[in-house]
Ligand binder design. Structure first.
Ligand code: HEC
Ligand code: HEC
Ligand code: HEC
Ligand code: HEC
Ligand code: HEC
Ligand code: HEC
Ligand code: HEC
Ligand code: HEC
Length: 426
C-alpha cells in the first residue's frame, strides 16, 4: 500500500514536471527571453519609481524601439569611459550622459557624426579652438580645414556670455566637447528617451536650428513643393521604417533627412551631413567644396530615386547660376568695404561701425538666403528675401560709403583749417 502511494506520488510529480516543461515551451518568445534579473532590477526599479517622479521619461521609453529591443535604463545611464558615477537609490548612474553612452552600441553613427560639421566645427564656430584637445582639432581639421583651429567668433565675444549661452550655444552645442572626451550630442535629433528615427525624419526637428534669416532652411522647405506636399500627405507616410528598408513607397516626398542623411531605396544612411553637398553656400562668396563632385553625385542619387536626370540636372544648373550671380553681387560690396579700409576710413575692429553691420546683413542674410532658396525650392527666398534686399542694401551701402568719405573729408578740411589758423596766430 505504501509503495502504491509512493508510486502515484512519483508519477504525479513526474507528470507535473513534464507538463511544466511543455507549457514553458509554448510560452511566447518574449516571455521566455525575459531579461535577466539585472533588466528587471534596472528598468523595473528605475521605471517604477520614475513613473511617479518623472512620468514622461518612462512613457517615452516605454514606446521606444530601445524598449522593444530589450535595452534598459541603466544601459544608457551607467557611467562609461571616464564618466563619474554617482550613487542613486541602490544603483550607480553617470553624472552626465553624452554621445559616448550612445556610441557604446552605435559606433558607426558616432564615427560618421564625428566627421560632420555637426560635431567639433559647430562648437568652434562660436567659441573657437580653446575647448578642444589637440587630437580633436587634428581629427576635425582633416575633414574640414580651418573650421576648428580658429578664433572665437567676434560677434559672440561682443554679445557676451549670457547671450551666447541661451543663444548661439543652444544650436551650436550639438558639437560641444564633453568632459569624457567625446563630442556632441545625439539627442538633438533623436531626443533622449524616444530615441526615434521618426522624429529625426521630421522637418521641424532640423528646423529647431535651421531657421531664421541667416539659414532659412525650414522656411524654404515649408514653401517648397516638397514641404507643401509633405504637410498635406504625411498621414499616409511611414516615417518609422528601418533605414535599410526605407523606400519611396514609405516616403514619396523628401524631408530634410531624406536629402541630407537618409537611406532610401538602398542608398546608404549617413550621419555626415557634408557627404551630399558640393558648395560652401554659407560663405560670403561661395566656392566649390573639395568634395564637389562626390557631394553632387551623392545628392543627385537621392533626387534620382524620384525624378528624371534631365529634371535634376536643369535644377542644379539653374541653382548654380544663382550662386555665380550672388557671388558677383557680394564681391561688389566687398570692394566697397575694401576701398574704405584702404583709405583708412574704418577702424580695424569688427562690428563697431554701422556699415560693418550692413555688410554682414548683406551676405549673411540676403546672399545666403538667395543661394539656399535656389537649391531647396524657395522662390520667395531667392527673390524678395534675397535678391531684392541685395539690390536695396547695396544701394544703401554705396550711399553710406559716400557719406563716410564726405564726413572724413570735412573733418580733414576742418583739421587743416584749424592747423593753418593756429599757424597764423603763431
Ligand atoms: C526609489 C526611487 C528611485 C529609483 C529606484 C531611481 N530613481 Fe532616479 N531619481 C529619483 C528621484 C526622486 C530623482 C530626483 C527627481 C527630482 O529632482 O525631481 C531622481 C533623479 C534621477 C535622474 C536625474 C539626476 C540629476 O542629477 O538630475 C536620473 C538621470 C535618474 N534619476 C535615473 C535613474 C535610473 C537610470 C534609475 C535606475 C538605474 C533610477 N533613476 C532609479 C528616484 C529614483
Ligand atoms: C537611449 C538611452 C537612454 C535610456 C534607455 C534611458 N535614458 Fe534617461 N536620459 C538619457 C539621456 C541622454 C539623458 C540626458 C542626460 C544628461 O544630459 O546628462 C537622460 C535623462 C534622464 C533623466 C533626467 C530628465 C530630466 O529632464 O531632468 C531621468 C530622470 C532619466 N533619464 C531616467 C530614465 C529612466 C527611468 C529610464 C528607463 C525607463 C531611462 N532614463 C532610460 C538617455 C537614456
Ligand atoms: C546598450 C546598447 C544601446 C545603447 C546604449 C543605445 N542604443 Fe540605440 N539602439 C540599440 C538597439 C539594440 C537598437 C535596435 C536596433 C535594431 O533593431 O536595428 C537601437 C536603435 C536605435 C535607433 C533606431 C530607432 C528606430 O526607431 O529605428 C536610434 C535612433 C537609436 N538607437 C539612438 C540611440 C541614442 C541617441 C542613444 C543614446 C542616447 C542610444 N541609441 C543608446 C542599442 C543601444
Ligand atoms: C537658431 C540656431 C542658431 C543660433 C542661435 C546660432 N546659430 Fe550659427 N548656425 C546655425 C546653423 C543651422 C548654421 C548652418 C548654416 C548653413 O550651413 O547654412 C550656422 C552657421 C554658423 C556659422 C557658419 C559656419 C562656420 O562654421 O563658419 C557661424 C560662424 C555661426 N553659425 C556662428 C554663430 C554664432 C557666433 C552665434 C551666436 C552669436 C550663432 N551662430 C547662433 C544655427 C544657429
Ligand atoms: C541643435 C541644432 C541643430 C539641429 C537639430 C540640426 N542641425 Fe544641422 N547644423 C547645425 C549647425 C550649428 C550647423 C553648422 C555647423 C558649422 O559648420 O559650424 C549645421 C550644419 C548642417 C549642414 C551643413 C553641413 C556642412 O558641411 O556645411 C547640414 C546639411 C545640416 N546641418 C543638416 C541638418 C539636418 C538634415 C538636420 C535634421 C535631421 C539638422 N541639420 C539638425 C545645427 C543643427
Ligand atoms: C542631425 C540630426 C541627427 C543627429 C545629430 C544624430 N542623428 Fe541618428 N539619425 C538621424 C536621421 C535623420 C536618421 C534616419 C536616417 C534615415 O531616414 O534613413 C538617423 C538614424 C539613426 C540610427 C538608425 C540607423 C540605421 O541604419 O538603422 C541610429 C542607430 C542613430 N541614428 C544613432 C545616432 C547616434 C548614436 C547619434 C550621435 C552620435 C546620432 N544618431 C545623431 C539624424 C541624426
Ligand atoms: C529635395 C532635397 C532637399 C531637401 C528636402 C532639403 N535640402 Fe537642404 N540642400 C539640398 C541641396 C541640393 C543643397 C545644396 C547642395 C550643394 O551644396 O550641392 C542643400 C543645402 C543645404 C544646406 C546648406 C549647407 C551650406 O553649404 O550652407 C543646409 C544647412 C541644408 N540644406 C539643410 C536642410 C534642412 C534643415 C532641410 C529641411 C528643413 C533641408 N535642407 C531640406 C537639398 C535638400
Ligand atoms: C522621395 C522622392 C523625392 C526626392 C528624393 C526628391 N523629390 Fe522633388 N519632388 C517629389 C515629388 C513627389 C514632387 C511633386 C511632383 C508633383 O507636382 O506631383 C517633387 C517636386 C519637385 C519640384 C517641383 C516640381 C517640378 O517638377 O518642378 C522640384 C524642382 C524638385 N522636386 C526637385 C528635386 C530635387 C532637385 C531633388 C534632389 C535634391 C528632389 N526633388 C528630391 C519627390 C522627390
Amino acid at each position: 500500500m505504501t509503495f502504491r502511494y509512493v508510486f502515484v506520488a512519483v508519477l504525479i510529480s513526474a507528470a507535473l514536471v513534464i507538463s511544466a516543461f511543455m507549457i514553458n515551451q509554448y510560452r511566447p518568445a518574449v516571455e521566455t527571453a525575459q531579461p535577466t534579473a539585472n533588466f528587471i532590477k534596472a528598468s523595473g526599479k528605475c521605471a517604477d519609481c520614475h513613473r511617479n517622479e518623472t512620468g514622461a521619461v518612462v512613457h517615452q521609453f516605454d514606446r521606444s524601439m530601445h524598449n522593444r529591443a530589450g535595452i534598459n535604463c541603466l544601459d544608457c545611464h551607467k557611467p562609461v569611459g571616464s564618466q563619474a558615477g554617482v550613487d542613486h537609490n541602490g544603483f550607480v548612474i553617470s553624472e552626465g550622459l553624452s554621445a559616448l553612452n550612445c556610441a557604446q552600441c552605435h559606433k558607426t553613427e558616432y564615427d560618421q557624426f564625428l566627421r560632420s560639421r555637426h560635431a567639433a566645427p559647430a562648437w568652434a564656430a562660436v567659441v573657437g579652438r580653446d575647448d578642444f584637445t589637440p587630437e580633436q582639432i587634428a581629427h576635425a581639421e582633416k575633414y574640414h580645414k580651418g573650421t576648428v583651429d580658429r578664433n572665437a567668433n567676434a560677434l559672440a565675444l561682443l554679445e557676451g556670455p549670457a547671450a551666447i549661452n541661451k543663444g548661439c550655444a543652444e544650436c551650436h552645442d550639438i558639437g560641444k566637447p564633453n568632459p569624457d572626451g567625446s563630442i556632441g550630442t545625439c539627442t538633438a535629433c533623436h531626443s533622449r528617451h524616444s530615441a526615434s528615427i521618426e522624429l529625426a525624419r521630421t522637418p521641424a526637428t532640423c528646423g529647431q536650428c535651421h531657421m531664421g534669416p541667416d539659414h532659412s532652411q525650414i522656411e524654404i522647405y515649408n514653401e517648397s513643393k516638397h514641404g507643401v506636399l509633405f504637410a498635406a500627405q504625411k498621414h499616409n507616410f511611414d516615417l518609422t521604417v528601418d533605414p535599410k528598408k526605407l523606400s519611396t513607397a514609405d516616403m514619396p516626398i523628401p524631408t530634410c533627412s531624406t536629402c541630407h542623411m537618409s537611406g532610401l531605396d538602398g542608398q546608404k544612411v549617413t550621419h555626415d551631413t557634408t557627404e551630399r553637398l558640393s558648395w560652401w553656400l554659407f560663405a560670403p562668396v561661395s566656392n566649390k567644396r573639395p568634395t564637389y563632385q562626390s557631394g553632387q553625385n551623392n545628392m543627385k542619387e537621392t533626387c534620382l530615386k524620384c525624378h528624371t536626370t534631365d529634371h535634376v540636372d536643369t535644377f542644379y544648373a539653374e541653382a548654380e547660376e544663382v550662386v555665380f550671380a550672388t557671388n558677383d553681387k557680394i564681391k561688389k560690396v566687398q570692394e566697397i568695404m575694401k576701398g574704405l579700409r584702404d583709405e583708412g576710413l574704418l577702424t580695424p575692429a569688427p562690428f563697431d561701425e554701422p556699415i560693418e553691420f550692413l555688410y554682414f546683413d548683406i551676405w549673411h542674410y540676403f546672399g545666403r538666403t538667395a543661394k539656399h532658396g535656389a537649391f531647396m525650392g524657395g522662390a520667395d527666398f531667392v527673390q524678395w528675401h534675397g535678391n531684392y534686399e541685395l539690390l536695396l542694401k547695396t544701394i544703401e551701402m554705396e550711399e553710406m560709403a559716400a557719406e563716410i568719405r564726405a564726413h572724413h573729408k570735412q573733418k580733414r578740411q576742418e583739421g587743416a583749417d584749424h592747423a593753418s589758423a593756429a599757424q597764423a596766430t603763431d
